[in-house]
Write a new protein. Structure first.
Length: 444
């Protein structure tokens, strides 16, 4: 009998997949630098008007197929079954993402350890320390990567109910508690908090340009883990009677809420200590914030542990969701145990992860086409695999599956008019929107 999520387990697991490291640096930075609440309004419109539509389409593939992505496409396609089954192999994108994503989570684990002792007290020291970690300290990078690697694969080895659901039922509430504690402390920082709130919530519509619209659309799409078969795989283990629309809205709400909470926390510290609000990515977390925490002494150490632990939780729940689709496929295709399937995937992921470490490590500097292997994988998955996967899934549901069957699936959750609007957007808006994102990301 197939392992199934509980209703709340599915929402938390899917939210755990959506809530990743991007919530800590990409969402807050994009909001702050692109119009504050004007960007948030734009992001919400695009999330509910477009990403929501595509997310439901991917859900329908998993729920109707009720097996791994490859076999779901093969089962559901009325003709050209073998050709359509190839669409399920976009799940390889998730495995590729996991190989470099686990390395970043490993850096976070290293900073949790550092937070128990002493963090760098100046931005120059912090920049040098982070640079040294990724370019010279192979042992620390490899050890932290290995610890995170084993945690993630152990969770997936336990299955849907005992592994993935249990992890998210524990980690997602813990993540919220940690964020609430840090948000409560942020409120005590006076002007820092109010400036952060103004930075994030005071609208500046003059900053909204076509370029910003495409950035927001890309963030709305890919922050929900679409295009790499995570959504169909989790949906295949949905319990009967689950409200697909309500579950999707809950997942989106949790994702947005965590992004806003992260933004308030991060920028409260940045403004309180005159940090750089334009800095994004790892530099914001491992350089600017690490320095700001150090200025608070023992309290800063406590807050740093809480903050980096919350990032660790967010990262692990996302990484687990990237491994499960291919695991599910190998179990069904090869008729092997979950643990044996994971051994095959683990060898591949660990090998790529070590190559990613070596691509930064200065004595080796393993590069491909002049770029670190880490950057190659990031570019390949973000700019090609995910958008092409999202377009393929939307076309499959919108043009290949029978409309009547999809309506039966959703009829209990939306009326006929809402369904027709959703179906129109899926067929004629989603492919164009995702194609625009892909072209923008390639050309920028």
């Amino acid at each position: 009998m197939q392992d199934k999520f509980s209703k709340i387990g599915f929402v938390l697991a899917m939210a755990g997949s959506a809530v990743g490291l991007g919530n800590a640096w990409k969402f807050p930075t994009m909001v702050g630098n692109n119009g504050g609440s004007a960007f948030i309004v734009l992001y919400l419109v695009l999330t509910f008007g477009i990403a929501f539509v595509a997310f439901l389409a991917e859900l329908s593939i998993g729920k109707l197929g009720e097996t791994d992505p490859v076999h779901s496409f093969e089962k559901l396609a009325p003709k050209y079954k073998k050709q359509w089954s190839m669409a399920g192999f976009f799940m390889i994108g998730g495995v590729l993402i996991a190989s470099f994503y686990l390395l970043v989570i490993g850096w976070i684990l290293k900073y949790i350890f550092l937070s128990f002792s002493s963090l760098p007290s100046t931005t120059d020291e912090a920049g040098a320390a982070f640079g040294n970690l990724i370019t010279n300290d192979f042992v620390s990078s490899a050890m932290c990567f290995s610890i995170v690697f084993f945690i993630v694969f152990y969770v997936v080895s336990k299955g849907i109910k005992s592994g993935i659901e249990k992890l998210n039922v524990w980690m997602m509430p813990s993540l919220f508690i940690l964020l609430l504690i840090m948000l409560a402390y942020s409120l005590t920082m006076g002007d820092g908090f109010f400036k952060a709130a103004e930075f994030l919530f005071v609208p500046d519509f003059s900053k909204i340009t076509p370029d910003i619209v495409l950035q927001a659309l890309g963030l709305a799409f890919f922050s929900l883990s679409m295009g790499v078969c995570t959504v169909p795989t989790y949906a295949a283990s949905l319990p009967d009677g689950a409200n697909l629309v309500k579950s999707t809205l809950s997942i989106i709400f949790i994702n947005i809420l965590v992004g806003i909470m992260m933004g308030l926390i991060v920028f409260t510290f940045v403004f309180a200590y005159s940090g750089d609000t334009t800095q994004g990515g790892p530099g914001l977390i491992f350089v600017s914030l690490a320095t700001l925490f150090a200025k608070l002494g023992v309290v800063g150490n406590v807050l740093a542990v809480a903050f980096f632990t919350s990032l660790l939780f967010a990262g692990i729940t996302s990484a687990v969701s990237m491994i499960e689709p291919f695991t599910f496929y190998l179990i069904n295709k090869l008729k092997i145990s979950r643990k044996r399937a994971l051994v095959y995937i683990a060898i591949f992921v660990y090998s790529l992860g070590i190559i990613c470490i070596l691509s930064f490590y200065e004595p080796t500097s393993f590069k491909l086409l002049g770029k670190p292997f880490f950057d190659i994988l990031d570019y390949l998955t973000s700019n090609l695999i995910m958008p092409v996967g999202a377009i393929t899934f939307s076309i499959f549901v919108g043009f290949v599956l029978k409309k009547e069957g999809i309506y039966i699936l959703f009829s209990g959750f939306m009326n006929k008019t809402m369904f027709e609007i959703w179906y129109f957007l899926l067929r004629f808006v989603i492919p164009v929107a995702v194609l625009a994102i892909m072209i923008y990301q390639i050309l920028k």
